[in-house]
Design a protein. Structure first.
Length: 140
């Protein structure tokens, strides 16, 4: 149930043979994201469980399970900004019910991230996914 934006990333990853090229692509995705305003980088939006500083700010359009989920994110680490960009492609614009239904580990496994991220980065990525899922669950 991946979005077209996520499918584009998966297609690019399929095209890039070398993990270093994929790593650079993840960083480029992060650089392309708009910065999160400093005023939104507060304890309430900070994601716990990440080695880097990470903030995720949701915006829910509508109410109930059909409400649309959008979010902005930021990190002080470029690779993590890229991971946020990938999660943005995976989740942004889905209904809150669809967000909860996404099998994030399976979708992210298509990119081979599990094989190339450090355990700390993998734990941080899981923490970001859990934060997104909990925000969507609360909105549903």
């Amino acid at each position: 149930m991946a979005t077209p934006a996520f499918e584009d990333i998966a297609d690019t990853f399929d095209f890039l043979d070398d993990w270093e090229d994929r790593y650079r692509h993840v960083i480029e995705l992060g650089k392309a994201m708009p910065p999160l305003p400093e005023a939104l980088r507060v304890p309430a939006t900070k994601v716990e469980g990440c080695a880097s500083q990470v903030w995720i700010v949701p915006r829910i359009d509508g109410q109930g399970p059909g409400a649309r989920f959008h979010f902005q994110g930021e990190s002080d680490a470029m690779i993590v900004r890229g991971l946020i960009a990938i999660l943005h492609a995976l989740y942004d614009g889905l209904t809150v019910a669809e967000v909860v239904a996404v099998d994030a580990p399976a979708e992210l496994a298509r990119l081979g991230l599990n094989d190339h991220l450090s355990s700390q980065r993998s734990n941080g990525l899981r923490a970001m996914v859990e934060r997104i899922r909990s925000l969507a669950t609360a909105a549903a």
